[in-house]
Ligand binder design. Structure first.
Ligand code: TYD
Length: 225
C-alpha cells in the first residue's frame, strides 16, 4: 500500500530489453518539468553510488539465483533510502527506469527463481524506509512497455555489446514478458500497459493518455489531450 500523506508521485517504467522505454522516460520527465514539477529521474539497478556498483556486479558477474535476487533488492533498498523516499517527501515526481517488477520478471519468470520468496524480499526491502512501519513502498503507476520478444530481439540485434541479460535467448525474454503480465494481473490498478509495437509517436500518445487518465498530467505539448 502506498502512503497517501505525501503528494510526491512515484512512476516506474518496465519492459523487456529492446522495448524502447528510454526516450519516453526523458520526454515524460520534461513534460512534468514543463508542468512545474521537480523531477528525480533515476534507474534500477542503480541510482546511488552503492547501487551503481551492485548494478555492475548484477549485469556482468555470474552468480546463483538467490544471490542475484538479493543483489537486486540490496541495490533497491539503498536507492529507496537514499534517493526515492527523500524525493517523494519533498513532493517531487520520481521516475525510475525499472523497479521491483523487473526482479519478478527477470529473476522470477526469466531465471525461474521462487515467486513467493521474491514477495518476501519485496516486503523486507520496501518497508520501513520512509513510510509508517508496516507500509510497503510501491510505485503509484507502472508504465509497462509490452512488446513481443521476437520484435525486441530484432531491435537488440543492432544494439551495443550485450550485458548478461541482453545476451539471453529469445525464450528468456518471452518468459520475462510473461512475468510482467503476471505482475500486471496481480495489481491492474497500478499498471498502464503500453502497446510498444507501434511507431514512436503512437507509443508516446499512449504514455500521455495513461498519465492524463489518472489525473497526473494535463496539457502536454505536441499531443492532443
Ligand atoms: P536496462 O535497464 O535495460 O539498462 P540499459 O538500457 O543500460 O541496458 O538494464 C538493466 C538490466 O538489468 C536489464 O536487462 C534488466 C536487468 N534487471 C534485472 O535482472 N533485475 C532487476 O531487478 C532489475 C532492476 C534489472
Amino acid at each position: 500500500m502506498t502512503d497517501t500523506r505525501t503528494t510526491g508521485l512515484f512512476i516506474t517504467f518496465e519492459g523487456i530489453d529492446g522495448a524502447g522505454k528510454s526516450s519516453h522516460i526523458e520526454a515524460l520527465a520534461q513534460a512534468f518539468q514543463e508542468a512545474g514539477r521537480t523531477v528525480t529521474l533515476t534507474r534500477e539497478p542503480g541510482g546511488t553510488p552503492l547501487a551503481e556498483k551492485l548494478r555492475n556486479l548484477l549485469l556482468h558477474d555470474a552468480m546463483d539465483p538467490l544471490t542475484e535476487a538479493l543483489v537486486a533488492f540490496a541495490a533497491r533498498r539503498d536507492h529507496l533510502v537514499q534517493v526515492i523516499e527523500p524525493a517523494l517527501a519533498r513532493d517531487e515526481v520520481v521516475i525510475s527506469d525499472r523497479f521491483t517488477d523487473a526482479t519478478f520478471a527477470y529473476q522470477g519468470a526469466g531465471r525461474g527463481f521462487d515467486w513467493g520468496k521474491l514477495l518476501i524480499l519485496e516486503r523486507m526491502a520496501q518497508t520501513g524506509c520512509g513510510l509508517e512501519a508496516n507500509l510497503m513502498r510501491s510505485p503509484d503507476l507502472t508504465i509497462w512497455f509490452d512488446l513481443p520478444a521476437a520484435v525486441a530481439a530484432e531491435r537488440l540485434a543492432t544494439a551495443r555489446v550485450p550485458d548478461r541479460f541482453e545476451a539471453q535467448p529469445q525464450e528468456f525474454f518471452a518468459a520475462v514478458a510473461s512475468g510482467y503480465a503476471r505482475r500486471c494481473e496481480a495489481a491492474p490498478q497500478r499498471f498502464a500497459r503500453i502497446d510498444a509495437h507501434q511507431p514512436r509517436q503512437a507509443v508516446w500518445q499512449q504514455v500521455v493518455e495513461a498519465l492524463q487518465a489518472r489525473g497526473h498530467l494535463h496539457a502536454v505539448r505536441g499531443v492532443a489531450a
